[in-house]
Design a protein around this ligand. Structure first.
Ligand SMILES: Cc1ncc(COP(=O)(O)O)c(C=O)c1O
Length: 448
């Protein structure tokens, strides 16, 4: 093992973070190589800086005017050079400040400075590199983003253990955990988030002493976010599992943060409650500008750690592990995208503009709700939804794939998540087209 990795492991000794590291995570370090030496030279090399592999003239990057003229308000330094591995410092600070504004439940809990990654996918994959080993268990609701199994099972050889997302309408758990990775047939409409099934599945996995839980609200594909009471119950359940001695990495995928359409929803990230919950819990928040600031193709996301009892030195060690993981994969994220997000975070107009964009989605949500309230079908039933970009149907007759194909023949695109679940992204359909969209879906479902 490289002595720098040994040093970082020693800095983390005795923490849940250390116990949760994968083999790769234990071996990972940030080399004192080109990038670190260049960063040092940036401060100290006043005479000539012959460190970094970019072309400069008079200390400024050499660039093509054709490119530069497309972004006239930014300085060349904000457009062309490499960004630091961990991201532009000021952007990290502003994102952290904004995180506290958006999540008052963080209170005075200590958490790390967000580290920049090229999108949330890279954030989740980097966490999987550092914390998931062959045979480790990742607990997920049965309705989840299909990239999670690809990352954790296919790449990292972890085992995915799922539980039914929703309770039945009566509020009871429908079953105690579905082992299928592609999502099961067990989520039924009418209920809320199935915390008892989550706890049961976590407790079963916890017998190994280590478990990874990934929660994504507002959820893809259901469009569901927990109520205030449900959020409390989820956090209590995690605390109970942690109290048994098991170490938990809890990842919150907050891709759709901020898009809440009903009263009573917990309008914060669970990260805020998790980062001071229990010494055995390491919380990792993955978020970004992708959906929150409508910059899907920018590839700007963040990873932030929080854990009860963790000190600045622990966060520094974790950050250096992350930096090593990034240096050895994507190297660094686009400076242009980071500069644009940074400038926008400084702009007082940003929040009002975000609210305007949010109104477009809220209008579609309300329209979809009122259409669905008028529809009846024995073939399909909407699953609960209250937030985000999506809603899903529980397909009771035929299969979701057959329904998807039938719809496509008629010019309507939807996604079959599994045999029984059809996802509709109302976020990407103009409000005037929603009536026809749902008309087509119900008509096609009747023919199944
Ligand atoms: C739940 C969830 N997480 C993460 C992502 C990906 O985010 P990014 O485009 O920033 O990688 C998506 C995108 O569809 C998503 O639905």
């Amino acid at each position: 093992m490289n002595p720098l990795a040994t040093e970082l492991n020693a800095a983390l000794a005795g923490t849940a973070a250390e116990a949760l590291l994968s083999g790769l995570g234990r071996r990972m370090y940030f080399p004192k190589g080109i990038v670190a030496q260049s960063a040092e030279a940036k401060k100290g090399a006043t005479r000539a800086n012959a460190t970094i592999g970019i072309a400069t003239q008079g200390g400024k990057p050499v660039f093509l005017p054709t490119i530069r003229s497309l972004v006239p308000q930014l300085d060349p330094e904000e457009i062309f050079p490499y960004a630091p591995t961990q991201g532009v410092e000021k952007l990290r600070e502003l994102w952290k400040k904004d995180m506290v504004r958006k999540n008052p439940d963080i209170g005075d809990s200590k958490f790390s400075l967000p580290l920049v990654v090229p999108g949330l996918t890279a954030g989740i994959s980097t966490l999987a590199d550092l914390f998931a080993d062959q045979g480790d268990t990742l607990v997920l609701p049965d309705l989840h983003w299909d990239n999670y199994p690809l990352i954790f099972e296919t790449r990292r050889e972890a085992t995915v253990d799922t539980f039914p997302f929703f309770t039945s309408a009566g509020g009871k758990s429908t079953s105690g955990g579905d082992k299928s990775t592609s999502g099961g047939d067990k989520s039924t409409s009418g209920g809320g988030f199935n915390t008892p099934a989550m706890e049961e599945t976590l407790s079963r996995a916890a017998k190994k002493g280590k478990v990874i839980l990934l929660l994504n609200f507002p959820n893809n594909p259901t469009g569901y976010s927990p109520t205030v009471e449900e959020a409390r119950a989820i956090v209590d359940a995690i605390r109970r599992v942690a109290a048994t001695g098991t170490k938990l990495l809890v990842i919150t995928d907050d891709a759709y943060f901020g898009l809440y359409y009903e009263k009573g929803i917990y309008e914060q990230s669970l990260f805020g409650r998790l980062c001071a919950l229990h010494e055995n819990v390491l919380a990792a928040k993955v978020d970004g500008s992708t959906k929150e600031d409508l910059t899907w193709g920018f590839r700007t996301g963040f990873i932030t750690f929080g854990g009860k009892g963790l000190t600045d030195a622990h966060y520094e060690a974790l950050t250096r592990k992350l930096m090593g993981a990034l240096r050895s994969t994507i190297s660094n994220s686009s400076i242009l995208a980071q500069s644009l997000i940074l400038r926008s975070l400084e702009d007082p107009e940003r929040l009002a503009q975000k609210a305007e964009a949010g109104k477009i989605l809220r209008e579609r949500y309300l329209c979809a709700r009122s259409i669905l309230a008028r529809k009846k079908s024995t073939a399909i039933e909407p699953l609960p939804f209250n937030s985000g970009y999506f809603m899903s149907f529980h397909v009771k007759r035929g299969t979701a794939e057959a329904l998807r194909k039938a719809l496509l023949t008629g010019g309507v695109g939807t996604i079959s998540i599994n045999d029984r679940t059809l996802r509709v992204a109302f976020s990407s359909v103009d409000v005037e087209k929603l009536e026809d969209l749902y008309e087509q879906i119900y008509a096609a479902a009747e023919k199944l």
